[in-house]
Design a protein around this ligand. Structure first.
Ligand code: PLP
Length: 374
């Protein structure tokens, strides 16, 4: 059988190995060093977010941001229900309670109208949520300005979970810019990868200073390491940062290629009865991290699982849309505002192979197989 086609495999540019060798030559095989500093500076330059902290994961970045925003036991933190668990698990690390909000039709992201209603209700009850974690789903930005307008008057902090959205833009700004904190992920399946890693970014230097301190075991500046609070071991390695610098150099190219892949699928399949694709909101430019197709089983003649299995039989990986958090057994009983939109997207959605190293021949083959399911 031909080599497996993965959903979103790593795609190195060639710059990475040169930079890793440079890091080895300097012997900074450690969670400190010049690659780390340079990666953070280059990420700040790229996103326009003034201060950046490279970490071992995107999940860790959300954890530190929420901790710094004072989230603790008993607090509520609002999040998109249609997201990956890493967006939400840090809420539980802090002993706080998630509240889920449904997606909207236009962007598949947290619905600002439902958020406004929920915040008004909690304001009337006199117990506001501490923070909102807003996912930029599949590389499309949520309507951040509207969400900030709802949250700022109440002092609710907004964390932009741009884990999937590196290279995307919103009203001419980079994904995450303008939120109280933004996080990015360089996990192996993301649009650019360092094997694993994350970035916390904010225009507030105090937030990043505190997060840096907490990410390196909260060591007070004494030769003997004095501790006045408990921290974490969340810092990125200097070697990993070298990979990140190499990947950042090609991020814009990767976005263009992902968008081209999306357009290829859409042009080939979009006019078939029962097939639709993820919309692009008019306020931004998505990075199209994954191409997501919606299948109406009755009109198309096959359901998403049948298409997935047909591809799998040819050693091609595809995957359902994220299962909404409010349907996850681990979050049984958690409040969800709405839910019908994300449930419908979960039922009809299929993420197609979207890696930037896919060839035209690969795409034709995948498209032919999908058509054959009709
Ligand atoms: C990948 C991802 C995360 C977690 O990032 P890690 O670096 O894997 O910890 C968080 N949120 C979303 C939406 C993601 O897709």
């Amino acid at each position: 059988m031909s080599q497996r086609i993965f959903l979103s495999p790593p795609h190195m540019s060639g710059h990475e190995l040169t930079l890793v060798e440079e890091a080895f030559a300097g012997n900074y095989i450690a969670p400190v060093g010049p690659m780390l500093t340079a990666f953070e500076k280059e990420w700040a330059d790229y996103t326009g977010i003034a201060h950046c902290l490279a970490l071992s994961s995107g999940t860790g970045a959300i954890h530190l941001a929420l901790k710094e925003f004072g989230v603790g036991p008993g607090d509520e933190v609002v999040a998109s229900t249609l997201t990956f668990i890493g967006s939400v698990s840090p809420v539980t690390f802090l002993g706080a309670k998630p509240v889920f909000i449904d997606a909207d039709q236009k962007s598949w992201n947290l619905d600002p109208d439902l958020l406004a209603e929920f915040v008004a209700k909690r304001a009337a009850e006199g117990k506001l949520p501490k923070a909102v974690v807003v996912t930029d789903l599949y590389g499309q930005c949520a309507d951040l300005d509207r969400i900030l307008d709802i949250c700022r008057p109440h002092g609710i902090k907004v964390v932009a979970d741009a884990a999937e959205a590196a290279g995307a833009s919103y009203r001419g700004r980079a994904a995450g810019k303008g939120a109280d904190a933004a996080i990015f992920s360089f996990n192996g399946n993301k649009i650019i990868t360092t094997s694993g890693g994350g970035m916390l970014a904010s225009d507030d230097p105090k937030l990043i200073d505190r997060a840096r301190y907490l990410s390196t075991q909260a060591r007070q500046p004494f030769p003997h390491y004095e501790h006045t609070e408990i921290g974490f071991n969340y810092r990125m390695s200097n070697i990993v940062a070298a990979i990140g610098r190499g990947q950042l150099r090609v991020l814009d190219e990767r976005v263009n290629r992902r968008r081209e892949i999306f357009a290829t699928y859409q042009n080939a399949l979009g006019s078939i009865d029962g097939i639709d694709f993820m919309p692009e909101a008019d306020y931004g430019r998505a990075n199209r991290w994954l191409t997501v197709m919606l299948i109406d089983a009755e009109r198309f003649g096959a359901d998403p699982e049948q298409v997935r299995l047909a591809l799998e039989a040819e050693n091609i990986e595809s995957r359902p849309v994220w299962k909404p958090m409010h349907l996850q057994p681990v979050f049984e009983g958690v409040t969800c505002v709405g839910g019908a939109v994300s449930e419908d997207l979960f039922r009809r959605g299929l993420c197609l192979p979207s890696g930037t190293a896919l060839t035209g021949t690969d795409l034709e083959r995948i498209i032919g197989l999908i058509k054959g399911c009709r």
